[in-house]
Design a protein around this ligand. Structure first.
Ligand SMILES: NC(=O)c1ccc[n+]([C@@H]2O[C@H](COP(=O)([O-])OP(=O)(O)OC[C@H]3O[C@@H](n4cnc5c(N)ncnc54)[C@H](OP(=O)(O)O)[C@@H]3O)[C@@H](O)[C@H]2O)c1
Length: 328
């Protein structure tokens, strides 16, 4: 597996990582043993970067990773967690040093580590991005040894650029996929220039880009693909990348024939992400060991040709861009 250096993190991470929201909650049910098997399959495939959050299953995702690390699952794994969303209400006033200490203490206990490798603010309220004191508090956590580094998970391109401009920020997590191309223009070049890692989430548009869904596909009631279709629970852009389901299906039908021989649609979509200059790692969410293994193998595909990249962009421009109209 190709490893990519993140300058500001002082570490290398696998080009294909693993997202572990699925191992916590909100994606139907995944039991504890299956969750550990997903982590093992990813590590066996060369994945060295796991993304989690303190709120995924209220700590269940972190605890599963902790169990995996304790049981000696693999060496050299970087675990990135997130904090902020435990705040009720989720407002910028909650981003205090006291709360930061409490949240990181809980994540350290869940993961069973003294120091967290990377903590990302979990899509914080917009005012947080311009608050100097928040970055000072994060620097204090580094000085105290609770965390090795910090980053930010963002919703918008403007937020990404604001975070990249902060010298202490090591990474920015953002949505990028064949149906979400906005970050290619300014965000990725700026991150590259600054040595900030780009962690790409929702690379499969919540599974739409696997090419397995059709007009009759349904999801479990406790799956956000049922309950957040219109942004009822959190930002609508997090579910199917904010693309209306029927539009997504139409785009995928045009993308499938472009996939390289021997690659699945999901692998093609992941290869597309890691072929974008500036991407450090992509974190597909896997619900089974088979998915985790197949996703890791996408790094073995040849980089996509200029013709294929242009054809993918044409589908985006024709089908998706008119629907998302500058939003993303
Ligand atoms: N605010 C934030 O910071 C934030 C928000 C969202 C996500 N994330 C992170 O990003 C990670 C990835 O995003 P995501 O999980 O939302 O979306 P995603 O990776 O775009 O989609 C995940 C879904 O894709 C399908 N899939 C995965 N691998 C597959 C394969 N090999 N073949 C066929 N289908 C496959 C599965 O769908 P089925 O269920 O149909 O099998 C899976 O549930 C999360 O786990 C989380 O760590 C962070």
């Amino acid at each position: 597996m190709e490893q990519r250096e993140i300058d500001r993190l002082g570490r290398s991470v696998s080009a294909i990582g693993l997202g572990t929201w699925q191992l916590g909650a909100d994606w139907g049910d995944v039991d504890g043993d299956s969750a550990v098997a997903v982590l093992q399959a990813a590590a066996d495939g060369g994945v060295t970067f796991f993304d989690t959050a303190d709120v995924y299953g209220d700590g269940r995702s972190e605890q599963t990773i902790g169990r995996f690390l304790r049981e000696g699952g693999a060496d050299g794994i970087t675990v990135a967690t997130k904090m902020g969303r435990r705040a009720q209400p989720h407002e910028s006033e909650q981003y205090t040093l006291e709360n930061f200490r409490a949240w990181t203490d809980r994540s350290r206990a869940n993961l069973g580590v003294d120091r967290l490798d990377l903590v990302q603010l979990h899509c914080p309220p917009t005012p947080v991005f311009s608050t100097d004191a928040v970055y000072d508090r994060l620097d204090a956590l580094v000085d105290e040894g609770a965390i090795a580094a910090y980053g930010v998970s963002v919703e918008t391109r403007a937020e990404a650029l604001e975070a990249i401009a902060r010298p202490g920020v090591s990474s920015v997590q953002i949505i990028l996929n064949m149906m979400r191309m906005g970050p290619l223009e300014e965000v990725l070049p700026a991150a590259r220039e600054a040595g900030v890692g780009i962690i790409v989430r929702v690379p499969l548009a919540s599974g739409l880009l696997s090419g397995r869904y059709d007009e009759n596909t349904t999801f479990a009631p406790n799956d956000h693909r049922t309950f957040n279709r219109d942004g009822q629970a959190f930002d609508v852009g997090e579910t199917f990348a904010g693309v209306p389901f029927a539009t997504g299906l139409e785009a995928v039908r045009r993308l499938v024939p472009l996939a390289p021989a021997g690659a699945t649609m999901a692998q093609f979509a992941l290869r597309w992400v890691i072929d974008q200059p500036g991407v450090s790692t992509v974190i597909p969410g896997a619900r089974s060991p088979e998915q985790a293994k197949a996703n890791a193998a996408a790094a073995d595909l040849e980089p996509l040709s200029a013709d294929v990249l242009a054809a993918v962009e044409e589908v985006y421009r024709d089908v998706v861009a008119p629907e998302v109209a500058g939003r993303w």
